[in-house]
Design a protein around this ligand. Structure first.
Ligand code: NAP
Length: 333
């Protein structure tokens, strides 16, 4: 198949591109050419900004693709433009959404959360994705627009920084390297799902050509949930160090620096396990097998290459919080 990927050089995108090439698809990328990594050789690249609607849509009308994978559609305007560009012109259209579309008003926790769970974006990001998903599913209901929606949880691998539970930039990698303790929220035992972008790519690529996937929404997650502290230890293992973890209640962290720790009010602060049963049923080839430590090592190598590991000595807030928490019992005696 001739497959267009809108994006293509990002984190999940590169896993998808690798999986498409492995399956001998002809891959074309559409992006602005700003991402620091060169794309794989022998790929056609169309440079442009998808938010430059007229230019994007008229360029797409001058091309012919069998399938499109849209990785950078974040709201109703993006989806409407994609419909103008591809409606009636492709056999498959995969839209990348997110699990951040689910939930009662936050905070919430849940296990085995299915695709039929209530939608309730708790951020502009989640609400924008809900609006885009809705328009595309309506187009499927109206005239069979061949959309398939994927909702990833956290994916890791080259192309972006390695996240941790309390958020912030990549300086926690520097902390681990320097043997400094790191913060974790609550008791570190909240469960989450951590999927390698390499494995995610297989799910996206294998959906192409399957009529049963059209008009469907799939969570795409690692089937084995892990605690955040397991994750922090996995990252330390990838660095060849031991992680010393200091636990602090998340409400305390938010009270100390609400902007810095606000992600804890969203899905990083609570157990949220999404079921991938539907995807496993329709796409049995999706069987995450990349060892997390291997994907994380690649991810950190990418961060090092692109100077995405800031010096942790430049900001002492984490040290001050840890010192205060460790001294708390002395204050109370
Ligand atoms: N990673 C996760 O944990 C996670 C979880 C849930 C959902 N998602 C979803 O995954 C998608 C992101 O995928 P990704 O990780 O592959 O992407 P990414 O890392 O965000 O990279 C974005 C890609 O799109 C291109 N791009 C960005 N803005 C553009 C524009 N205006 N016009 C044309 N090209 C543009 C970039 O290249 P240029 O900069 O050169 O244009 C790059 O190729 C998003 O839809 C996100 O909601 C990710």
């Amino acid at each position: 198949m001739k497959v267009l990927i809108i994006g293509g050089t990002g984190n999940i995108s590169r896993g998808i591109v690798a999986a498409l090439l492995n399956r001998n698809h002809e891959v074309v990328m559409f992006n602005r050419g700003q991402h620091p990594d060169p794309p794989p050789p022998d790929i056609q690249i169309i440079h442009g900004d998808r938010r430059d609607r007229d230019a994007f849509e008229s360029r797409m009308h001058s091309e012919k693709f069998d399938a499109v994978i849209d990785m950078i559609s974040y709201n109703a305007d993006d989806a409407t433009s994609a419909l103008r560009a591809f409606r009636g012109r492709v056999d498959a259209f995969i839209h990348c959404s997110t699990v951040m579309t689910y939930g009662p008003p936050f905070p919430f926790s849940g296990v085995n959360i299915p695709e039929t769970a209530p939608l309730n974006g708790t951020s502009d990001y989640g609400r924008g994705k809900i609006a885009a998903d809705k328009l595309l599913l309506e187009a499927h209901a109206e005239d069979g627009f061949p959309v398939t929606i994927f909702k990833p949880s956290y994916t890791h691998g080259p192309g972006m920084q390695v996240h941790r539970q309390v958020g912030g930039d990549g300086s926690w990698i520097d902390r681990l390297r320097k043997g400094k303790p790191i913060l974790s929220a609550g008791d570190g035992l909240n469960y989450f799902q951590f999927l390698s972008s390499r494995d995610a790519g297989v799910g996206f690529a294998e959906a192409l050509g399957r009529s049963e996937c059209l008009g469907q929404v799939y969570n795409i997650v690692h089937p084995q949930a892990r605690t955040w502290d397991e994750w922090h230890h996995t990252v330390a293992q990838a660095l060849g160090v031991e992680a010393e973890i200091v636990h602090v209640p998340q409400e305390t962290l938010i009270a100390i620096a609400s902007e810095r720790f606000q992600g804890l009010r969203g899905n990083f602060g609570h157990t949220q396990i999404y079921t991938g049963t539907k995807l496993a049923g329709d796409i049995p080839e999706f069987q995450p097998e990349t060892p997390p430590v291997e994907s994380v090592a690649d991810n950190i190598a990418w961060m090092d290459k692109h100077n995405r590991v800031p010096d942790s000595d430049a900001d002492d807030l984490e040290d001050r919080i840890i010192e205060a928490v460790r001294n708390l019992p002395n204050h109370l005696h």
